[in-house]
Design a protein around this ligand. Structure first.
Ligand code: TXA
Ligand code: MG
Length: 315
């Protein structure tokens, strides 16, 4: 493959995208969180192509995207607790890890041969339209080369993956801007990744959530130490910029770029990955990106999680 088509969310564009997916090709598409790199979740070849296009070092399990609960129930086992969480938060930026149905028909590459499956119903109208015109489940990690900053615009997808995927469906900028929150519902509920649904909202329903997984044995790539990394090194909790730094601010104060001048965490999440890329473009060779402190509450937990990984020592 050498040329990546840009498609729009017209009936023709959606039909073309569905045709590519039916031929086991790859189409990046917008969700409310970030752009996903979609392939048929039932096809070993399509899923293997996803790993290859991203240059993923190993076969981490992927999220399966479906248009509605009826479809979700064909792949995962929903108990009463899962049904209640789904009713409260879907469609939306929440992924549930649930027992895999024996008869799911999903490629074992999607689940990394686990007996569980990560599943999500995205709210974005273009994601919904694509899932319906394709008529099957889409495996979709974020549409970026492994370890790099996630894409929140079609142009970000092309910066990282042009020539490596068949098409990108352009649906404008993503409104949430950080990946979905991942909630494990195998046994006791556990927070596997903070994300677009504030943890406090889940805890109001489920009680205090332990965090699952550890950095040495990750079950979510969000738990790998270095991830979301821009090209330039990153310094966190920077109250001011030092010489040789591009400052990414939050709230009032001098900065080159600002996640949210008014200090709004939802706005900051929506701007995060785009402004990390912009800061990277502004940084001269040898310069560093200095990022203002972000409060550890609401979407600030997801933002800080991504920033800690962006600042982590590189492999
Ligand atoms: O917002 C999002 O979630 C985006 C959009 C495209 O939907 N997708 C995304 O996918 O962030 P990805 O592949 O970057 O993250 C999937 C996460 C990984 O951390 C993976 O380890 C975890 O889901 N995961 C998948 N299946 C799992 C399972 N059975 N048990 C535990 N974790 C699982
Ligand atoms: Mg990712």
């Amino acid at each position: 493959m050498n040329q990546t088509q840009t498609l729009t969310a017209t009936p023709e564009g959606l039909a073309r995208a569905a045709q590519i997916l039916s031929g086991q090709g790859l189409v990046a598409f917008p969700t409310e969180t970030v752009y996903g790199l979609g392939g048929d979740a039932r096809s070993d070849l399509a899923v293997a192509r996803i790993f290859d296009a991203k240059g993923r070092p190993r076969f981490n399990p992927l999220i399966v995207h479906v248009p509605d609960l009826t479809a979700a129930r064909t792949y995962a086992v929903f108990d009463a607790r899962a049904e209640a969480v789904a009713a409260a938060f879907w469609p939306g930026p929440l992924t549930l890890v649930l027992p895999l149905r024996q008869d799911s028909g999903l490629s074992p590459l999607v689940t990394a041969d686990l007996e569980s499956v990560a599943i999500r119903i995205p709210a974005h109208p273009v994601a919904q339209a694509l899932l319906r015109s394709f008529g099957g489940p889409l495996a979709a990690p974020s549409a970026n080369p492994s370890g790099r900053v996630s894409p929140t615009r079609a142009v970000h997808v092309l910066e990282g993956l042009a020539g490596r995927i068949d098409a990108v469906l352009d649906g404008g900028a993503c409104a949430v801007g950080v990946e979905s929150t991942i909630l494990g519902l195998i046994g006791e509920p556990a927070l596997l990744r903070p994300g677009g649904i504030a943890v406090e909202r889940l805890e109001a329903m489920l009680g205090p959530l332990p965090t699952g997984g550890d950095a040495k044995k990750p079950n979510a790539p969000g738990q790998l130490a270095s991830h979301y990394a821009p090209g330039a090194p990153v310094r966190l909790n920077a109250e001011t910029a030092l010489p040789g730094e591009v400052r990414l601010g939050f709230g009032a104060g001098a900065s080159d770029l600002n996640l949210s001048p008014s200090g709004d965490l939802i706005e900051a999440a929506a701007n995060l990955f785009h402004l990390l890329r912009e800061a990277d473009h502004l940084a001269q060779p040898g310069q560093r990106i200095a990022i203002a402190p972000i409060p550890e509450q609401g979407l600030g937990r997801a933002i800080n999680d991504r920033l800690r990984r962006a600042a982590a020592p590189r492999p």
